[in-house]
Design a protein around this ligand. Structure first.
Ligand code: F0G
Length: 364
């Protein structure tokens, strides 16, 4: 273990301790942590060559305690809720927010209600909410409808909404930008990420700006956000009633932080574009097979976006790129098994049959 300048143990604290000075932490804020943050920034070994982009990195947010970036914001939102004496939290979710809220709710001994679109969230994420003991409400409708309902409930009942409309969520999530700068030694030239409800792009932009203003970085990245083609309200400039995409985490038709996402794009001279499901799945496979990184489909939208930029003829040789991989592939295993036609050889349990397959090793 190493000690850093502020006397904190590097890698042993959650974001509330690690980035305390940048967060709304007061004397009365409980410092809680499930070990969120401090996720790896991995240098690309193979895609970088293919894309002619020597400075290409992946930020593995799936390494957070519940397997997605949501934990960074959730720990702050729940700490502030506890500070106010809250006994229950609630969220609408495409899956990851519900898993994170349920975990921090359980850890804090408060009640967690999660409202999800029925049949639209992956089994892994649902399993998390069940295991953590949340009260799960499946509505026959979209994420956007679930979020509307949750926001109205907060007005009537003593529950705190922990979706990214809660400003503390954004505060916590901006720490991912700090970490990237701390790990790289500067801000990247471009940051690629998936866009759903648009909280994350808002948070990253806030984080990069704050670090820049505090002279912790020498520049600001272009924010490169990507929506799925069938769920691209920001790109198409119109809300979508029935969003469709294989990437269930970003199946959102009317993002709550729409305006902030546009501001992040415009102020950073960035781009918000869309990628098809085929492009998402291609990136998902490439990451797993050529980089050894298993992320969930929505996360692969960032890399699909980078591939799209590269195929439009951009020269990336001088561009430092970070792709944010927002969630762990283990959250959505049905997809890997169904979509990426598996190559499984079924043989009987004897030495000779197994050896016959492995014998091909001689031809390598
Ligand atoms: N990637 C993953 C894995 C997500 O779960 C989400 C959002 C996003 C990207 C998009 O982030 O909404 O801040 O633009 N998931 C939310 C949820 C909506 O309920 O878990 P965003």
């Amino acid at each position: 273990m190493n000690e850093n300048d502020s006397g904190a143990w590097i890698g042993m604290d959650g974001v509330l301790t690690q980035y305390r000075e940048y967060l709304p932490v007061s004397q009365s804020t409980p410092i809680i942590s499930l070990g969120e943050g401090n996720t790896p920034l991995v240098r690309s070994r193979n895609l970088s060559e293919r894309l002619g982009c020597p400075e290409l990195f992946f930020k593995l947010e799936g390494c957070n305690p519940t397997g997605s970036f949501k934990d960074r914001g959730m720990v702050v939102a729940v700490a502030k809720a506890l500070e106010l004496g809250t006994e229950a939290i609630i969220c609408a979710s495409t899956g990851n927010t519900s898993a994170s809220a349920a975990a921090y709710g359980a850890y804090s001994g408060i009640k967690t209600y999660v409202v999800v679109p029925d049949g639209e969230i992956s089994k892994g994420k649902l399993a998390q909410a069940i295991a953590y003991g949340a009260e799960i409400i499946a509505v026959s409708g979209s994420f956007d409808q679930a979020l509307d309902i949750v926001r109205r409930l907060e007005e009537e009942l003593p529950v705190v909404v922990v979706n990214s409309v809660n400003p503390y969520r954004i505060q916590g999530q901006k720490t991912a930008a700090f970490e990237i700068v701390d790990q790289l030694g500067n801000a990247p030239t471009e940051l690629y990420l998936p866009v759903g409800n648009a909280g994350n792009i808002t948070a990253y932009w806030a984080g990069f700006q704050e670090y820049y203003e505090n002279r912790r970085s020498g520049g600001l990245p272009r924010m490169m956000g990507f929506q799925a083609e069938g769920a691209a309200p920001i790109v198409d400039n119109v809300p979508i009633e029935v969003p469709r995409t294989v990437a269930s985490a970003i199946r959102i038709g009317n993002p709550a932080s729409w305006r902030q996402a546009i501001a992040a794009r415009d102020h950073s001279n960035g781009v918000i574009d869309k990628v098809t499901d085929e492009e998402i799945l291609e990136a998902y496979s490439l990451l797993a097979r050529t980089e050894g990184i298993f992320c969930e489909p929505a996360s692969a939208a960032s890399v699909a976006g980078l591939l799209k930029q590269a195929s439009s003829g951009r020269d990336l040789s001088e561009t430092a790129v970070v792709c944010v991989l927002t969630g762990n592939g283990l959250k959505d295993t049905e997809l890997a098994v169904d979509v990426v036609s598996p190559k499984i050889r079924e043989v009987s349990a004897n030495y000779r049959d197994v050896a016959r397959v492995v014998d091909h090793v001689r031809d390598l």
